[in-house]
Design a protein around this ligand. Structure first.
Ligand code: C5P
Length: 410
């Protein structure tokens, strides 16, 4: 997702500089070109050799290096990138930035730079809370510097509190968000995907055959169109999407809680195959098969309907709620009745179960056939048999058209 993006990464002197090595690797993996600058302090925590090996690039440390000045002056270095990241950003480098000091290569680059800057502060909690740092942070925020973290927790200095540098995956997500572009830029979406598991006892559960492929494909297509995506996934074998805010859940109730916590959003796509029922009570220990005993009887209770709850949310209803309907027969009739009963805006219906050749039609398969209905127009639109990726892209085109039409009407 970051192919061709040029990032200037400044590593200042904090113990969390080791996490920045992971960030360099992750940025490179996604195709970004990373040029690193180490402050004198930074070079005490990580070596130029490791940084250069991971970034596969020259590392800059010295403001007065004649060779660097002839190869690439510090002014050019500060301009020829799309984003500057300072991670870790110490209290010292933030103070220098706030006051416009330029006494080493890193601070000079930051003063000479005219491109967006992202900071990942890392320091002792007392330093973070200090009035001087607070004023500097305020000054930098007013200059539209992007802050990622810090977070709360235990520190290397054995104190705990606010001041830990954000983890590399959080920083990577912030970089993704920064580079989001496309017709859905600024639009927030929640996508549910996969099955839910409802525990019977510590080892058994009620589940279903959903693979999550369709939901993940929709999340990817939304990201590619520039939307900010939270993907709430039941148990699947699929790889997490780096660019999405991933929330992994097991049960329906956990999925609903995660959805509600993610509100407000503009779009909610409920593609998860949610379990309609759960065991009335979960056994604390594994139910034993005793000789002579009858098989146990499962008593079930209804799960909350996530799609219905979100569609009827009193104050945070997304402006577009999309549901799925997995049917084994009478697809149009069931889809329409679901659209009305649940109160969502669009329904994507598909046939599930095995075809004449014993092949799964939707769950786990790479292809799917969609019957598309909207509340505004209850006519069925049949999308021919397509890959799940194509269905996702087709849906996202419809979403883009919907938002463009609404913008024009506003
Ligand atoms: O009622 P049914 O399960 O067929 O409806 C399917 C749609 O409702 C899907 O979009 C599914 O994600 C959603 N659903 C839900 N919560 C449930 C059951 C279904 O969100 N408990």
């Amino acid at each position: 997702m970051l192919t061709g993006k040029r990032i200037l990464l400044i590593i200042s002197g904090g113990i969390s500089a080791y996490k920045t090595l992971v960030l360099i690797r992750d940025l490179r993996k996604e195709g970004a070109k990373v040029t690193c600058v180490l402050t004198q302090g930074g070079a005490r925590f990580v070596t130029p050799l490791s940084v250069s090996a991971l970034s596969e690039n020259k590392v800059y440390t010295d403001l007065w290096s004649l060779t660097d000045e002839t190869e690439m002056g510090h002014i050019r270095l500060s301009r020829e990138h799309d984003l500057v990241i300072v991670a870790p950003a110490t209290a010292n480098i933030m103070a220098k930035m706030a006051h416009g000091l330029a006494d080493d290569l890193a601070s000079t680059l930051l003063l000479a730079s005219n491109i967006p800057v992202m900071l990942a502060p890392a320091m002792n909690p007392i330093m973070w809370e200090h009035g001087a740092t607070k004023n500097n942070v305020e000054t930098l925020r007013q200059r539209e510097i992007i802050f990622v973290g810090p977070t709360e927790g235990n520190m290397a200095c054995r104190e705990s509190g606010m001041g830990r540098m954000s983890e590399p995956e959080e920083l990577l997500k912030a970089v993704h968000n920064f580079f989001l572009s496309g017709p859905l830029k600024g639009v927030k979406a929640v996508v549910t995907a996969g099955p839910t598991y409802e525990a019977i006892d510590p080892v058994r559960f009620i589940g279903n055959r959903s693979s999550g492929k369709q939901g993940y494909a929709i999340a990817e297509a939304l990201l590619a169109a520039g939307a900010q995506v939270t993907l709430i996934s039941g148990p699947t074998h699929l790889k997490s999407l780096n660019a999405a805010n991933m929330i992994h859940v097991e049960s329906t109730r956990e999925m609903l809680e995660a959805c509600e916590k993610s509100l407000p959003v503009d779009i909610c796509v409920c593609s998860a195959a949610v379990s309609d029922w759960r065991a009335t009570s979960m056994h604390e220990h594994k139910i034993k098969k005793e000789a002579g005993n009858l098989p146990p009887t499962l008593s079930l209770t209804e799960n909350p309907d996530i799609l219905k709850v979100i569609s009827n949310h009193p104050d945070k209803r997304p402006s577009l709620v999309i549901g799925f309907a997995a049917e084994t027969k009478d697809i149009e009739q069931h889809a329409l009745s679901k659209l009305r009963k649940k109160g969502c805006d669009w329904i994507m219906a598909n046939l599930v179960g095995k075809d004449k050749n014993g092949q799964e039609k939707a769950f786990g398969s790479d292809e799917n056939q969609i019957y598309f209905f909207t509340r505004a127009n209850e006519d069925c639109e049949l999308w021919g048999c397509m890959s799940k990726k194509h269905i996702a892209e087709h849906l996202v085109i419809k979403i883009i058209e919907h938002f463009e039409k609404n913008r024009k009407n506003d």
